[in-house]
Design a protein around this ligand. Sequence first.
Ligand SMILES: [Ca+2]
Ligand SMILES: [Ca+2]
Ligand SMILES: [Ca+2]
Ligand SMILES: [Ca+2]
Length: 574
Amino acid sequence: MPLLFKHKIMNSTKYLVIGLFLFSLSMMGFNDVYVPKYKMVNDVVIKRNDEALYMKGIINIKFKNDVGGFSAKAFNIGKLDRVLSEFSISKLEQRHPLNPVIAKRMIGDEELAKVFAVYYTGGIDPTEAARKILEENKDIIEWAEPDFVYEADFVPNDPNAASQYHLSRIAAYTAWDISQGDTSVVLGIVDSGSDLDHPDLAANIKYNYAEIPNDMIDNDGNGYIDDWRGWDFAGPNYLSLSEDNDPNIVSSYCEHGSHVSGCASQVTNNGVHGAGIGFKCKLLISKHGADNDNTGSGYSYVYNTNAGLTYCYQNGAKVMNCSFGGTAPSSYTQLVINNAWANGVITVASAGNEGSNAPRYPASYQNVISVASTTSSDTKSWFSNYHSTVDVCAPGSSILSTLYNNNYAYFDGTSMSAPITSGTVALIRSNFPSYTPEQVVTRLLTGCDSIYNINPGYVGLLGAGRINAFKSLQPLTSISQNRLEVPSVFKLGQNFPNPFNPSTKINFSLPKSGEVKLTVYDSKGSEVETLVNENKQAGNYTVSFNASFLSSGLYFYKLTSGGYSEVKKMTFIK
Ligand SMILES: [Ca+2]
Ligand SMILES: [Ca+2]
Ligand SMILES: [Ca+2]
Ligand SMILES: [Ca+2]
């Protein structure tokens, strides 16, 4: 059951779904002429019949090639400007200008630099505007789409459940015997903001020590002035979104992100209240709720998330959490997430709370871990979505965590399942710092406990099962010394069993003490795992290697010590 293969199948399914949706979007303009296709939710957010939410008067477009010579209101490309003039353009903005310091650029920055926001005052619906622009400029524009807005995936819950059962359910306490996280592993919390001075969050907030606070200078040259403790991409007023350098929340409207922060990495072992699976891992706060917005059922909508995701992966996050979503796939968001992945950063997202078998974005994109919700007994939570693109489940019913103004409360939602998973991913990254994103994801998936026997109605729709932090942190390698006599020659034995699944043993003999390195390579010669890298006494040793995180195939293992080196082959068949 090759999980990597399964993952790839999922990815192609995700592409197919996106493709079908774009196709159906392109057809919408010609159907349902008697049904209103969209309506205003508040003064800035538009809702379509298919439940997609997006901003009034903004579209995002991506050019196929670099664009130069644009001005404040025109691209100076004749036929494109003619279409735009019908919409009454108020502003054009390059979303992600290239950092002039080439050394500071990351993989994919050149593609992001081709993305522009078009702001307009005309009455045309952004979906229609995007369709029109793309239709008439297919030769130069790759995609055009509305600026999507998302809803937080949670509902407040009565405080009557056992406190923080989720930690024992995902085996956090035994996992922490292996790793308590590392302060160098940063979780990007792309959400409504956070309570930065909460007694059970403050010590885990990520500070940017390369930035001098409040001197009005961008000391670290990352494009954000005085971003010493994250960034606010929505600002005080939802009617006029703006950015500032303070992601601290000022009311309960934005407390969703505070709860999510605690689910991921509430300060643990500090004698205050509860614990978070991420333990010592740090929280980079990217705020997307507007301080005065309660128009989303009493809470803020989640705005400008592409900017925040980009900020997080470009500024040190190793894992990014998205506890929000919507029905509409976005090419822009997929581009940002692919860039993050290419730069070694993993995105985790909530599968949604409609209780339905449906894709949801960002959860269902390629290169995103989609998380559904389970209860204290591993049954699917009644509200949780389920789908072929779900990768794992995590507790999301009655989760106790940190709220605005130093409070605590129980929330329900895949919004909680996602950061519990993000925190677990952060622990895996802390324990295996050299792993690629693919290796980390495989570790998470192979550590899961299957729950299909108690959820027989959802086979194939709840991913690899409920996460288990302890199993995902299990050491892959153990080494033991066999006989006490000192061998006369260096020797690397053939592994046994061979072929193997998933564990095998490798013997070697050292006639002299010294530094020993035993490394596994794939058939292309890339290093996949270091089994031994330490000083060893002379003697005979056996190394046990669990390869469950690898895919089937031919591998090589190489022993080096002193002037000696030997390579042997082994075959892993799942
Ligand atoms: Ca800065
Ligand atoms: Ca500064
Ligand atoms: Ca602010
Ligand atoms: Ca605590």
